[in-house]
Structure formats: C-alpha cells, structure tokens
Design a binder for this molecule. Structure first.
Ligand code: 5AD
Ligand code: SF4
Length: 483
C-alpha cells in the first residue's frame, strides 16, 4: 500500500479525438497510481497540458495557455506543469527553454511511465539542482536515462526539467485502461501513429509509425464497456481502416465490435480513402450497429495537388470509393477534411477542389489553410510556391461558403424526417436536450437532461444549417429513409 499522501492531477487536452483519448489514458494511469483527478488546475498539484501540433495556430494557443497556468505557480511554486502530446514531442527541449516554468515535456509514447517521471521530478527537486557552470547558457543535459527520461538542469532558480521524448515502435498502450467520463459513448483507440507520409503532415514525426492493438483486447474492452452501460463506440486511429492485427483486418474488427451485446452504434475515425474497400462497405451495409456515416478526408480535389501531398489516390479513385459506399449504404452521410493553399496550388487547382465538393456534396467539411510544419517534406518546396496569406484566406472563405451552402441544402431536404436520436446532454436552452442521429447530425429538442444516454426518436422540424431543431415522437414502426 502506498504511504504517500494522495496528490491531485489535472489534465487539459487540446486537439483531435486521439488526443482526447490520450488525455483519458493519462488520467487512468495517474489514478491507478494513487492520484486524484480534479477538474480545475487551481485544485491540482500536477497540471498536464496535452497538446496538438497539427497546425501552428493550435500550438500558439497552447503556449498562451501554459504561460497563463504558470501564474498559478506564483502562490504554489511546488506545482508541477507538464506539457504532453504532439507539440511536446515536436518542440522537446526548445519548449523547456522557451517556457522555463515547464517542468516536464513528454511525447505521446511516454505516458506509461508518467507516475515514475513525476516521482523522478520530485526526487530531483528534493536533491536540489546543481548550480550551472558560470559560462553555461541554456540547459545542461544529462542524457536519456531509465525510461528514456532526459534530465535537464536549468540552474539554481529553476528546478530540474525532464524530457521524455523517445518514440517507441511497440507502445500501443495495450493493457492500460482509460479513465472515462460516465455516459453512453466511448472512444476506443485501436491504432496509434501513421505509416503514411502526407507531405504537409507532422503526425508521423510526433507519433511514429502505425501500431495496432490486439483485436481480442479491443473486443473485450468493448464488452466490458457494454456491461457498464456504454452503447455507442467510436474506434479511433490515425488511418483507422488500415488497422490489421494478425489475421484480423479492420472490417472484421468492425464487425466483431458491432456484434457485441448491448452495442447499438459503432463509428470509426479517421479512415484513409485508400483503404476504403468492398469489405468495409459490406460490413457497413450489413451490420445493423454500424452507423450510416463516414468521414472521408479528401484534402484536395486536384490530382497534381494530391500527388504532391502524397495522398496516394486520385480524384477519380476517390469518387469511385464514394460511389461504392453510397451504393452499399444509400443513406450514408459523408464528411471530409480539406486543406487549401497547399504550396504551389494554383487558382485553377483550388477550383478543382470546389468542384469536388459540388460533385460529392459532403454533409460536413472541416476546412483548413495549409500551415507549415517544420520537418515535414512540404517545407522543402520552392520558396516561391508558398501562397500569400491573404490569398489563402480568400480560398478558405470561398471553400467554406461552398461547403456551407451544400450542407444547408442537404439538411433542408432532411427536414421532416424521423430519426433515431441518442441523447448526449443538455441543449443550449433550459429544458432542452441535445442528441445525435445515426448519421451524426446534431438535434436539439425539448426534454429532460436526466435522460442522457437514452435512445428516442425525433422529427427534424427545422435546420440552422449545420444542426437541427426537432421534436420527440413515438418510435415509428419502421423509420423511412425520407419524409
Ligand atoms: N496544415 C493544414 N491542415 C493540416 N492538416 C494536417 N496537417 C495540416 C497542415 N500542415 C489537416 C488535414 C487532416 C486534419 C486532421 O488536419 O486536413 O485531415
Ligand atoms: Fe497525417 Fe497523412 Fe497520416 Fe493522416 S494519413 S495522419 S494526414 S500523414
């Protein structure tokens, strides 16, 4: 039994679903080693900021937040600030120099050893840090020791700083459970890292290559969650549908998860278009629990751009995949990610992307301006290729306008439909609840928030464009595809 007084930890997460899931993983690891997880940094002895590196904007926001949290150290100098995740991995020691009040930087493969790293910091602080040699500027490094922990000594005023930045070919966090909030839905990481090298993307460099979890363990985790009342599962991975474990490819895992007793909805994100195949379409069409929804990141609608992005598909093959999933699941809702102003993208190539949007008619689109990420292949493109920020902004605005208009039209056509809704929480106004349809559309309607986790039916009464206002109705005998 531990004799240590209990310590309190707070984890604040930025970025994608995978990162949110990593935040839950860290909470689980800390809780099992005796920490209390608290909901506010003010109440915590250890504050971890779990960061994203996908775009520069995401990093700037986090740096601002970390410096704000440093304010809490004024009254409690013993408080520990750790920066974890993709930005920590990307910046490493530079972050410790730029933000000397940060005690730990830890990349995405270091979480298993988080409690030991915190203990190490504590004992380093007790020993006191060695005074720096007079001529030293910056940090003295001791090199990576046990668990890949690198100790950096920042001088008398600054305590030791620790860096855990080794990427691990095998770390898939098998056997470690996340700390999940109560609720009907759970996100399950089945894969970490990525074997692609899209030329704009930092992910393979901060999360390493693709590592898949055992299918047996994934299914048993889903069973355990179902027994605790979870009914909706989202399988997570950077290229989730390239998952393979022994002789279990992704469509087979999806089928096994969909067949677990008690699971009513299964989703997965994000698939790579290249690995969307007949087998996957077949499982989506035949397994009742797999939702009629697919996120299909296109990134661009021009073949020269796709090639220079190293996306490994063409517009034509992408459209074939869209046709294939639509003929398997006629009512499927499709969403996408698009990057505009990739270096060298001409205006006419950008217009091809607009054409793709008009051809496919995605239900939803996440749209981004290209953001330069140091260390990625696209940074080596000729300097003249980088697109003027005003032009990039104009392209983004045009893309958003086109995709919103399409979304509005699609959703207006859906008004009148009766849809199964899973109640997820409170709506914005009192007395309202917010839920999601199988096709991943948000609906608010009058109801009691206490019914979170319940399945009901709602008629879609009107749309705000992106979401719906509905009214609860009796379950129809058979839900028709259209009104
Ligand atoms: N610049 C802009 N957007 C990016 N994404 C990934 N890397 C970059 C970058 N350097 C986008 C892609 C991806 C989504 C998660 O983020 O569209 O699908
Ligand atoms: Fe990044 Fe491409 Fe991998 Fe997606 S598939 S994480 S965009 S490298």
């Amino acid at each position: 039994m531990s004799t240590k007084p209990s310590r309190r930890a707070y984890v604040e997460t930025y970025g994608c679903q995978m990162n949110i899931s990593d935040g839950e993983l860290m909470e689980g690891i800390l809780e099992r080693s005796g920490y209390d997880i608290v909901g506010r940094p003010e109440d915590a002895d250890v504050v971890l900021v779990n960061t994203c590196a996908i775009r520069e904007h995401a990093e700037k926001r986090v740096l601002g937040r970390v410096s704000q949290l440093n304010g809490l150290k004024r009254d409690r100098p013993e408080m520990v600030i750790g920066v974890t995740g993709c930005m920590a991995q990307r910046m490493g020691g530079t972050l410790l120099e730029e933000a000397p009040y940060v005690d730990i930087v830890m990349g995405p493969d270091g979480y298993r050893g988080l409690p030991e790293t915190l203990d190490r910091l504590e004992s380093g602080r007790r020993e006191g840090s060695a005074p720096p040699p007079p001529e030293s500027v910056g940090l003295a490094r001791e090199g990576a020791g046990a668990g890949g922990i690198e100790v950096l000594r920042g001088g008398r005023k600054r305590g030791p700083q620790l860096a855990v930045l080794q990427l691990d070919m095998d770390e898939n966090y098998q056997g470690l459970e996340q700390r999940r909030a109560d609720g009907p839905s759970a996100w399950i990481p089945i894969q970490r890292g990525c074997d692609h090298r899209c030329t704009y993307c930092i992910v393979p460099y901060v999360r390493g290559g693709e590592k898949n979890r055992s299918a047996v363990e994934v299914v048993s985790e889903v069973r355990g969650l179902a027994e605790q009342g979870v009914t909706e599962i989202t399988l997570l991975g950077q290229t989730v549908n390239s998952y393979v474990w022994e002789d279990v490819p992704f469509p087979e895992l999806l089928k096994r998860v969909a067949r677990v007793d008690g699971i009513r909805r299964v989703r997965f994100t994000s698939p790579h278009p290249r690995d969307v195949n007949e087998a996957l379409a077949e499982v989506m069409a035949t397994e009742a629990a797999v939702c009629e929804q697919l996120h299909l990141p296109a990134q661009a609608g021009n073949n020269r751009t796709l090639k220079r992005m190293l996306r490994r598909y063409t517009v034509e093959t992408l459209l074939e995949k869209v046709d294939m999933v639509r003929s398997a699941v006629p009512d499927i809702a499709l969403s996408t990610d698009i990057i505009v102003a990739f270096p060298g993208e001409t205006d006419s190539e950008f217009r091809d992307t607009l054409d793709l949007m008009r051809t496919v008619r995605f239900d939803d689109a996440f749209t981004y301006k290209y953001s330069l990420r140091d260390g990625t292949p696209a940074t080596r493109l000729p300097e003249g290729d980088f697109i003027d920020p005003d032009e990039a902004q104009a392209r983004l605005a045009e893309l958003i306008e086109v995709s919103r208009a399409i979304q509005n039209e699609i959703n207006r056509d859906e008004v009148g439909r009766i849809e199964e809704v899973l109640i997820e929480g409170e709506g914005r106004d009192p007395g309202q609840v917010r839920g999601r349809t199988r096709r991943n559309k948000v609906v608010v309607f009058d109801g009691e928030a206490a019914r979170m986790g319940a399945y009901t039916h709602a008629r879609l009464e009107r749309t705000t464009g992106a979401t719906f206002v509905g009214s609860e109705v009796e379950a129809p005998e058979r839900v028709t595809a259209s009104a």
